[in-house]
Design a protein around this ligand. Structure first.
Ligand code: NAD
Ligand code: ZN
Ligand code: ZN
Length: 396
């Protein structure tokens, strides 16, 4: 089959690899019909290269048709249409039963000290072959895949794999009071969807911050009060501008949908670039002991949120020794929640919103639908934010 493989820094290639097969009774194999490209994939493309191996198959946002199931997957059969969550979880362990499939005790990558295995996401998360491919082996298929109806286009449901539950959890963790305010930093697919979810879940005011014109425009068109990062001389000015909209206090909650590759700190960017070009044996231990994150968005979030408010971190961070302004966090009495999205924890709540009325605007959320063969172009375009690319779906 054809699959998108990681070959090195900023080097992905479509290659022919062996077709996946059923290896465990709890496996399924699906034929992928659409597969998303995510901001998380961009971290692998450029800065997390130390944890990748050339030939790794990328991708974790698939929708498709079941081809074959093992004997331990009673509820699925060939021909079923399914969305597959980006994490692999058993559904039966203590963590899964308590709504935390990202911490599944059956699939945890304990050798690396990490939580549940993820599709296509480095050796830290189990080196599981990913979903930007014609076929995908789905382990723990007795729990993960979400059956969805025939009929509507892939776009209607594909975001259940990641974007929707991630945005949903970001908003749930933000704990916005009914009618209260939230600022979302970063208007990529995750931040954009988080604004939409906050609106349908009853936020009174939603502020969005980015610096990419078409991303700002998309959010503004849906009633978000947008702020263009590039029009402020300093973080302080931006914070003041948003505070002025909230009686001088700052929003009740701030969602950081940017993560480790934030614009705004030149020094940190240099450090990240340096580690991404160093020999792999050196970088792993280095990254685990030092800060490798670009923390501009996180620091803005801490400044911006009102006293006693909540920070919800949905952008991915990876440093083990990031400097944090403890004085400010403590004094402002800030609550922080974060983590990978627990997909099955939220999917049943989200499904009723995926209707013809399309309250979240999923049907035209994608800006590009490309053949899988164009993956190298898709990665480059998404990273450089060219050609209005916000969300790209690839069609094998
Ligand atoms: P993206 O890279 O397209 O979006 C990031 C956006 O942040 C960009 O539009 C960029 O212009 C903007 N930005 C950069 N610096 C900024 C700053 N200082 N202030 C405000 N905006 C800034 O990616 P995405 O797909 O939207 O993903 C966003 C983040 O969410 C990534 O870190 C991704 O890894 C993470 N993510 C987490 C989960 C999860 O389960 N927690 C799931 C999916 C994605
Ligand atoms: Zn994703
Ligand atoms: Zn489990």
């Amino acid at each position: 089959m054809k699959a998108v493989t990681w070959q090195g820094k900023r080097d992905v290639r479509v290659e022919t690899v062996p077709d996946p097969t059923i290896q465990e009774p709890t496996d399924a194999v699906i034929r992928v019909t659409s597969s998303g490209l995510c901001g998380s994939d961009l971290h692998l493309y450029e800065v997390l290269t130390a944890f990748m191996t050339p030939g790794d198959i990328l991708g974790h946002e698939p929708i498709g048709i079941v081809e074959e199931v093992g004997a331990g997957v009673p509820d699925l059969m060939a021909g079923d249409r399914v969305v597959v969550p980006f994490q692999i979880a058993c559904g039966g362990c203590w963590m899964c039963l308590n709504g935390l499939p990202t911490q599944c005790e059956t699939t945890q990558v304990s050798a690396e000290g990490m939580g549940a295995a993820l599709f296509g996401y480095t050796r830290l998360y189990g080196s599981v072959p990913g979903a930007q491919a014609e076929y995908l082996r789905v382990p723990q298929a007795q729990f993960g895949p979400i059956k969805i109806p025939e009929g509507p286009p892939d776009d209607r449901f594909v975001y259940l794999s990641d974007v929707l539950p991630t945005a949903w959890q970001a908003v749930a963790y933000a704990d916005i009071p009914q009618g209260g305010s939230v600022a979302v930093l970063g208007l990529g697919p995750i931040g954009d969807m988080a604004c939409r979810v906050a609106q349908v879940r009853g936020a009174g005011r939603v502020f969005g911050v980015d610096r990419v014109p078409e991303r700002l425009r998309r959010a503004k068109d849906r009633g978000v009060e947008t702020f263009d990062l590039s029009s402020f001389d300093s973080e302080k000015e931006l914070v003041t501008a948003i505070r002025d909209q909230t009686d001088g206090r700052g929003p009740d909650a701030v969602i950081d949908a940017v993560g480790t590759e934030a614009h705004g700190s030149a020094l940190a960017k240099l450090a990240q670039q340096a580690t991404s070009s160093m020999p792999r044996k050196l970088v792993g231990p280095l990254m685990e002991r030092f800060s490798i994150d670009r923390l501009a968005a996180l620091h803005t979030a801490i400044e911006l949120v009102r006293r006693g408010g909540t920070l919800s971190l949905v952008g991915v961070y990876g440093g083990m020794a990031d400097p944090m302004p403890m004085l400010t966090l403590f004094d402002k009495q800030i609550q922080i929640r974060m983590g990978q999205a627990n997909v099955r924890r939220w999917s049943d709540e989200i499904l009723p919103y995926l209707t013809d009325e399309d309250p979240l605007g999923v049907d035209d959320f994608a800006t590009h639908r490309l053949p899988l063969d164009e993956a190298p172009h898709a990665y480059e375009m998404f990273q450089k934010k060219q050609d209005g690319a916000v969300k790209i779906l690839m069609k094998p």
